[in-house]
Design a protein around this ligand. Structure first.
Ligand code: PHE
Length: 344
């Protein structure tokens, strides 16, 4: 028995393992349920009392030694996969990985925000579910006024049968909230999702995204509006993009205008996008109606302001020539991945 123990001890001392499966062979050989140590204990049962006294302690010490060595090697191997240095070939090509992309509407929204931030505008947000006051009444839409029909509204009927809650139809509601809760001057833009009850097609959707803007201070004039929007267009679509203002109507601005830019696709020579007119409309704007200022608790004798609002989808179409609005909300990876290069 002693000679076996000596022999095994030598073997265990000399043992090293570079991989976990080598260590496992060692474990099975010595420490397994049918291993050599188990055999020694079986043999121990058969020896006489004299030898029992001598070997009891020796055998237990040997077992502890074998277990200790096993644990030591196991620890040195760690738990991760074992790779020999010679197995690594640094000249092999790496595994490619998919780069995520930003949604085109987010890209364009961020670009718009950046331009206005550089002009000192801050970003304001508000709720998508609005009450009649913030979406309509405060903005000078009288009850039963046909102007309310300009924006096909999704009303939310409450338990008591009234429906003065709606999905906001524009982010002008955020302008009202801002003016009600603060003091002029205001210089802010309001990006956000808005909802209108329209049949879904390539040209219309039941929701879209807007960036509206508001500038209220003493002595703000229509020329400030024109200069700000002109600068915005040069930044977004490049120097030399022409602008023109056409008179229009919004209940909350007076005077009101729509702004066209020279077609970004054909540069004004006429194409499908601009219906061969050379011009495309990109936003509505105007001087904030004094009634709106008063509704929000602002002295309209002291303060004036301008406001504007644009659809991000439209601005994006004119940048990337996307002809079907539905692409923006279908989450088709083949579409979305085309914007990968713009990731920052
Ligand atoms: N709120 C208008 C719309 O959604 C846009 C607009 C904003 C027009 C501000 C003029 C001034 O159509």
């Amino acid at each position: 028995m002693q000679s076996k123990i000596d022999q095994y001890t030598e073997e265990i001392k000399a043992f090293t393992a570079a991989k976990a499966d080598e260590l496992e062979v060692f474990r099975i050989k010595f420490l397994g349920t049918k291993g050599l140590i188990k055999d020694l204990f079986e043999e121990f049962k058969t020896v006489g009392p004299e030898e029992k006294r001598t070997f009891g302690k020796v055998l237990n010490q040997f077992k502890q030694f074998a277990e200790g060595r096993y644990n030591e090697i196991k620890e040195s191997l760690g738990s991760g996969p074992q790779v020999k240095e010679s197995d690594i070939d640094l000249t092999l090509p790496g595994d490619g990985f998919e780069v995520g992309s930003r949604h085109p509407l987010s890209l364009v929204r961020n670009e718009i925000i950046d331009i206005f931030k550089r002009l000192g505008f801050v970003v304001a947000e508000g709720p998508e579910i609005e009450d009649d006051w913030h979406n309509f009444s405060a903005l000078n839409f009288p009850q039963e006024h046909p102007a309310r029909d300009m924006q096909d509204t999704f009303f939310i009927r409450k338990g008591d049968g009234t429906d003065d809650i709606a999905l906001r139809t524009h982010t002008s509601s955020v302008q009202v909230r801002m003016m009600e809760n603060g003091k002029p001057p205001f210089r802010a833009i309001m990006p956000g999702r808005v909802y209108r009850n329209e049949a879904i097609s390539a040209r219309a959707h039941c929701f879209f995204h807007q960036v509206e803007g508001l500038y209220v201070d003493e002595n703000v004039s229509f020329s400030d509006l024109k200069q700000t929007l002109y600068h915005f267009v040069q930044e977004l679509y490049g120097e030399g993009t022409k602008v023109r203002f056409r008179p229009s109507y919004f209940p909350f601005t007076e005077p009101s205008a729509e702004m066209d830019i020279s077609c970004t696709i054909c540069k004004g020579s006429g194409c499908n996008m601009c219906k061969y007119s050379g011009w495309v409309e990109i936003l509505g704007c105007g001087m904030v109606d004094p009634n709106v200022l008063e509704n929000c608790g602002i002295d309209s004798k002291k303060y004036t302001g301008f406001a504007f609002g644009m659809g991000i989808e439209r601005i994006t179409n004119l940048k990337y020539v996307i002809r079907d609005l539905r692409l923006f909300s279908e989450n088709d990876v083949r579409f979305l991945k085309q914007f990968t290069t713009d990731i920052i």
